[in-house]
Ligand binder design. Sequence first.
Ligand code: IPD
Ligand code: CA
Ligand code: CA
Length: 282
Amino acid sequence: MNEEKLPPVVGIKSFTAVAINSAAKAGEWIKIKLGSFENLELKYSTADLVTEIDKGSERLIRKLIGTHFPDHAFLGEEGVEPGAEASSKAIADVKDAEYLWIVDPIDGTTNFVHGFPFFCVSIALAYKGEVIVGVIYDPMKDELFVAERGKGAYVHGKVLTVSKDATLQQSLIATGFPADQRYALPLNMKSLQHLAPKVRNIRVSGSAALHMAYVAAGRLSGFWEMNLNSWDLAAGSLLIQEAGGTVTDIAGNPYTLEVRNIASSNGIIHSELVEELQKSLL
Ligand code: IPD
Ligand code: CA
Ligand code: CA
């Protein structure tokens, strides 16, 4: 990011404080509600779920952010119609806003619904199209991952650094089974089958944002998935970049808010990962 695009430092600090406070409050509430949601709805497919807790979490976050920054734009998953087309249009419509908050109120709703303790709140702030703050909160482990552009990435004050794994064969990587079972799932399965014998192992734990926080923390060396949305990726992309890793699309093009097919890694294995993803789709 060039200097003239950087907002004042005081601004960034208070943005980060609001992002942290909102993620923490929403996360605490989600954790209290685990196992006691009342309304389960299907969105785009039988694998695309939403509960009143997703909607309540988004309302809470929107209210907290709006109280401090009423003039900022806000994009939250639950304010957008289901499906790739509506998601792509939603980010295209707001991506050039001066300040844009991008929120996934629960990433890993399927896990939340089934009581599988791997889900998070993901909040990012973009300034003129570039993510400058990224916060991911895992309420079950009480882990708060925070990144500020140019200032590094942290979990509870400890600096995050990507793994040092030198090859795919030494790497533990992750992916997801996309909710779009017609188009994206078969594509991801091709890549899964191709990559499985080329890596140490693959995890599919059900939260794209938390997988990305784990890449930033060096617990995974890579993560890829097809057809994700801006709210799945924005906060995690900054965490990984600030922890020393690389985030692109699956063809190796730089990450932007409109990327949907994501490839992220510790940087060292990135060209190998992208190359194998490309081969898998030939
Ligand atoms: C989902 C999760 C999951 C991924 C899906 C996403 P949601 O988000 O990130 O890991 O595989 O593609 O839609 O619906 O739980 O917010
Ligand atoms: Ca999500
Ligand atoms: Ca969600």
